[in-house]
Design a protein around this ligand. Structure first.
Ligand code: GTP
Ligand code: MG
Length: 195
């Protein structure tokens, strides 16, 4: 895949109408700080186009990134950040649910999980819920692979698969926004889906 264009085209706040983009949507879900914005930056080969930060809970909107006028990455707000009030989290999870239930253009859901740790309870319930809503397993991108040794990467991928009760067909790709490990594979997966 060659990135010819990337544009943050729509920013949807809480309560706004979910747009009909009429293009394929690849949805990024994952807990706050897992590396969703960093993933987008690596994917489009830009340093800080999608804003990243040390402060979790930064992305508080649904952000639509137009890629090559072919598809969108839909960056959902991260879940499970303790310092965001319960009320606020509730409102957002309802809004995320609304997006997942109403958008007609969802082509694939990409779930990001930190490769270093066991999926949290929230990751597991999100996985199960997505399975239920869509009927198929999301693609998993296991982020921050630069923090582990090769052998640990293999081990933790298996751990993630086991903890999610994912099938052996589920795609789980180790990825690093720092070393770009896994990027080629992700391009291939998306190219294949778009064919
Ligand atoms: P929210 O917008 O809060 O939901 O977070 P996010 O999922 O968009 O995470 P973001 O991309 O902002 O990254 C959070 C932190 O993790 C930042 O400090 C990043 O530099 C760091 N980070 C993200 N990806 C990687 C990675 O692959 N390797 C390493 N070492 N750090 C990473
Ligand atoms: Mg973000």
């Amino acid at each position: 895949m060659i990135i010819k264009k990337c544009e943050l085209e729509k920013i949807i706040g809480l309560g706004n109408k979910i747009p009909d983009t009429k293009k394929m949507e690849f949805v990024l879900v994952g807990r706050s700080n897992v590396g969703k914005s960093s993933f987008i930056n690596t994917f489009i080969n830009r340093k800080n186009y999608a804003r990243t930060s040390q402060t979790p809970g930064k992305t508080r909107t649904i952000n639509y990134y137009n890629i090559n006028d072919k598809f969108y990455f839909v960056d959902l707000p991260g879940y499970g950040y303790a310092k965001v009030s319960f009320d606020e989290q509730e409102k957002w999870s309802k809004f995320i649910n609304k997006y997942l239930n109403t958008s007609k253009n969802i082509e694939e859901i990409i779930m990001l999980i930190d490769i270093r740790h066991k999926p949290s309870e929230k990751d597991i319930s999100m996985w199960q819920w997505l399975l239920q809503v869509t009927g198929y397993e999301p693609i998993v991108i296991a982020t921050k692979s630069d923090k582990l040794k090769k052998t640990e990467i293999m081990h933790n991928i298996k751990m993630i698969r086991d903890e999610l009760l994912a099938t052996s067909e589920a795609i789980i790709i180790p990825f690093s926004a720092m070393t770009r490990d896994g990027l080629k594979e992700i391009y291939e997966v998306i190219d294949k889906i778009m064919k």
